[in-house]
Design a protein around this ligand. Structure first.
Ligand SMILES: [Zn+2]
Length: 95
């Protein structure tokens, strides 16, 4: 599992910030990425005192992008939070 290595993979250096939690280029979701790397070394505290960190994804279209873990839409494994963006997911995928 590469995702939790301490050293960032080379492809993260050119990653672009994705405001929506999906590939800014082709709109594919993070679940479809071919590589993942999570920057757990430098978490940031949000105004709600919750931790967030950068999650890097190498998309299936070879575009590297990153987004804050706090921006990730809730999954079926974390359904406690109501995410205002979750209803938009289907629209994003059709880009
Ligand atoms: Zn893509």
């Amino acid at each position: 599992m590469e995702a939790f290595k301490m050293t960032p993979p080379e492809w993260t250096e050119s990653a672009g910030h994705a405001v929506q939690f999906c590939c800014p280029k082709c709109g594919a979701s993070s679940l479809e990425a071919q590589e993942v790397w999570i920057n757990r070394r430098s978490p940031v505290y949000t105004e709600n005192h919750r931790r967030k960190w950068q999650e890097f994804y190498l998309c299936q279209c070879d575009y590297p992008w990153w987004a804050w873990s706090s921006d990730r839409p809730p999954s079926k494994y974390a359904s406690s939070a109501i995410d205002p963006f979750s209803e938009d997911d289907e629209d994003i995928d059709t880009f």
